[in-house]
Design a protein around this ligand. Structure first.
Ligand code: AMP
Length: 215
């Protein structure tokens, strides 16, 4: 299964992606997670450059992002399929992905576009907390950890991402509208996109996605 999950920041892409990769037993390729991994755990030059863009809520330049994706697609685990979360984020990246897939003679099985109202997205993002160690995602209202401020999975400390601060969230939403929304149109033209309401509970949204994927 080769899937892309799209939608504005905070719509629940990461959470729904986790459920889908578990179901299909495929790797979860989140470009945001790859960048965060590079600057948190590795002393990487690309990581440092990426961080400067991420902290401002801007997109990391396409050449860096596409290079990272191309490298990831050359690893052996993607042979069985993959799920992209947060990529492609503009038309240039969508075209680059088309080229990578064409080289391998692979086709996408589904592009899922999650939608939600802006006020809900802002509420979700400002309440989001992540484990500074393993990156697991929580929410102060609807996905609380068992112990306040501590990750259930690894015991790491839960923090608020720099780019989830309100001012940065607004910039991310503007960039989404200007650059990422056109990618929805790009996949609409090829007829491969499925729109799912991401404004409901995690399980309801998952149920709808599974219904349209038909498995
Ligand atoms: P995410 O975790 O997907 O919300 O991504 C967090 C941040 O990482 C974004 O706001 C961007 O700064 C950067 N990022 C993630 N994926 C991409 C991408 N495909 N292209 C450019 N920047 C990206």
């Amino acid at each position: 299964m080769r899937i892309i999950i799209m939608g504005p920041p905070g719509v629940g892409k990461g959470t729904e992606a986790e459920l889908l990769v578990k179901h299909y037993q495929i790797p979860h390729i989140s470009t945001g997670n790859i960048f965060r991994e590079l600057f948190t755990h590795e002393d990487s030059e690309i990581g440092k450059i990426a961080k400067s863009y991420i902290d401002r809520g801007e997109l990391v330049p396409d050449d860096i992002t596409n290079q990272i994706v191309c490298q990831r697609l050359s690893e052996s685990d993607v042979q069985k399929g993959f799920l992209f979360d947060g990529y492609p984020r503009n038309i240039e990246q969508a075209k680059a992905l088309d080229r990578f897939l064409e080289e391998k003679n692979w086709k996408l099985d589904a592009v899922i576009n999650l939608t939600a109202k802006t006020d809900l997205i802002i509420r979700r993002l400002s309440g989001r907390r992540v484990c500074e160690h393993c990156g697991a995602v929580y929410h102060v209202e609807n996905k609380k950890p068992k112990i306040d401020g501590i990750c259930n999975q690894c015991g790491g400390k839960l923090i608020q991402r720099e780019d989830d601060l309100e001012k940065t969230v607004k910039r991310r939403l503007r960039i989404y509208t200007e650059q990422t929304k056109p990618v929805v149109g790009y996949y609409e033209q090829s007829g491969s996109i499925i729109h799912v309401d991401g404004g409901r509970s995690i399980n309801d949204t998952h149920h709808d996605i599974m219904k349209v994927l038909g498995e």
